[in-house]
Design a binder for this molecule. Structure first.
Ligand code: CAA
Length: 390
């Protein structure tokens, strides 16, 4: 029986107005900049302006998709984040007025650390398998924030990726097989009363590697492809070096050697955007996919491995095949412009943004006008966020 392929039909990403170079942070922290540039594989991090949050970057990522494809038959919108702006209302509901989502749709927010976007993709694929005429908008948006002067600080970042998931997709057809692994572990978490994550760094690195390997084992048990079939491996990238570490671990666990050149061939092209954007939690894996598609030689018909990890923890190993003609549907120029147009911060400005807290008194507070991106948080008033399109 042949079934209609389901997968990613369009993919668009947005990031914040500001960025900080890791050389600035290294100087401030008194460490060699190569610890960041080479040791963790990060050169810059996106930093949210005072008038940006996950809603503004999610809207900026999703708008080009609606402009290209319209909203017909988008009956589900799934927004994954671990930087939610409300404990009750789904962040994507703000997108109705900002970018014109259809009213005849279910709109839900998903949370499981950096894994939430992958849950969204899996749920979307299931809905479309049930009714191939429907389309699902999946958005992953996060702003990663750790305490100042901690080992996590250089792994901050921010981005949103929006994906239109459809039958007969133009970019990537998803295989119906997934490998899954979940376990209760305290490697990274953020209690409701904190704006910064708490992390046990070394535990988290080991937990990620174990979970990726276990998800791979489950993928194989479910009848998935062999390691040698994949043209590239897209990993969740809390810092780009993590993808190399995890792939080395996976290869060695399967009795393969992991030569530097092999690792580079498998991972290298997936890291270009993450290296300069930083950790974007739920969006990170899909930013890796965008980077691969934008930078690798022709991938038509090639199988890609996708490895998702969310602390706490859930991992999923899944795969897909790149569709013929995919290059005509990429947004390479816009993706590169989103990164190159960021305004570089000095340390004091970065620190002031990091330490700023939103007013909680319910009075009217206009936000400083900083971002030049398409959407901004204009004010807080009556405990509501008031957004503006520029
Ligand atoms: N030149 C080149 N390399 C250098 C160097 C220099 N001058 N100085 C140090 N290095 C290398 C080190 O040798 C080390 O390399 P290896 O990992 O290959 O050994 C690397 O730079 C990092 O150095 P440290 O291990 O000393 O770094 P650290 O302890 O200060 O911080 C970290 C590392 C604990 C992972 C920290 O970045 C962190 O806490 N990050 C947040 C948590 C995180 O990202 N975890 C990842 C898994 S969890 C996950 O994926 C979910 C998520 O998104 C959070």
């Amino acid at each position: 029986m042949t079934t209609t392929p389901v997968g990613i039909h369009d993919l668009s990403f947005a990031t914040t107005h500001y960025a900080l170079d890791h050389a600035v942070l290294a100087e401030r922290l008194g460490v060699d900049r190569d610890k960041f540039y080479l040791g963790i594989g990060q050169e810059r991090m996106s930093v949210a302006a005072a008038d940006e949050d996950i809603v503004t970057i999610a809207a900026a990522a999703a708008q080009p998709i609606l402009q290209r494809h319209g909203t017909d038959n988008i009956r589900t919108v799934l927004l994954a984040t671990e930087t939610g702006v409300d404990q009750s209302k789904a962040a994507a509901l703000y997108l109705h007025s900002l970018i014109g989502l259809p009213n005849a749709a279910r709109v839900v927010e998903l949370k499981q650390a950096c894994y939430g976007g992958t849950a969204g993709l899996a749920f979307a694929a299931g809905l479309i398998a049930r009714d191939p005429s429907q389309r699902v908008l999946v958005i992953a948006a996060d702003i990663a924030k750790y305490e100042l002067d901690t080992p996590g600080e250089p792994t901050q970042g921010a981005a949103a990726v929006a994906m239109l998931v459809t039958a007969d997709p133009a970019i990537l057809a998803l295989d119906p097989i997934s490998g899954l692994y979940s376990a209760d572990i305290m490697d990274f978490w953020r209690p409701n009363y904190r704006s910064e994550a708490i992390v046990d760094g070394k535990t988290s690195v080991n937990a990620y590697q174990k979970a990726a390997q276990e998800a791979w084992s489950d993928y194989r048990r479910q009848g998935g492809r062999e390691l040698g079939e994949f043209a590239a491996f897209c990993y969740h990238q809390p810092f780009t070096k993590m993808a190399y570490k995890a792939h080395r671990h996976l290869l060695e666990s399967q009795g393969h050697t992991a030569e530097a050149a092999d690792l580079e061939a498998a991972i290298g092209a997936t890291t270009t955007y993450n290296r300069t954007v930083g950790n974007s939690y739920t969006a990170s894996l899909y930013l890796g996919l965008a980077s691969l598609l934008d930078h690798a030689d022709d991938l038509t018909g090639k199988a890609l491995a996708m490895i998702s990890y969310g602390s706490g923890s859930v991992a999923e190993f899944f795969s897909g095949t790149v569709r013929p003609g995919y290059r005509a549907h990429l947004r390479t120029e816009a993706n590169q412009a989103a990164i190159s147009s960021r305004e570089m911060l000095d340390y004091d400005h970065y620190r002031a943004l990091h330490e700023a807290v939103l007013p909680t008194d319910g009075a009217y507070h206009a936000m400083p006008e900083e971002t030049r991106r398409p959407f901004r948080l204009g004010a807080m008033s009556g405990h509501k966020r008031i957004y503006e399109a520029r």
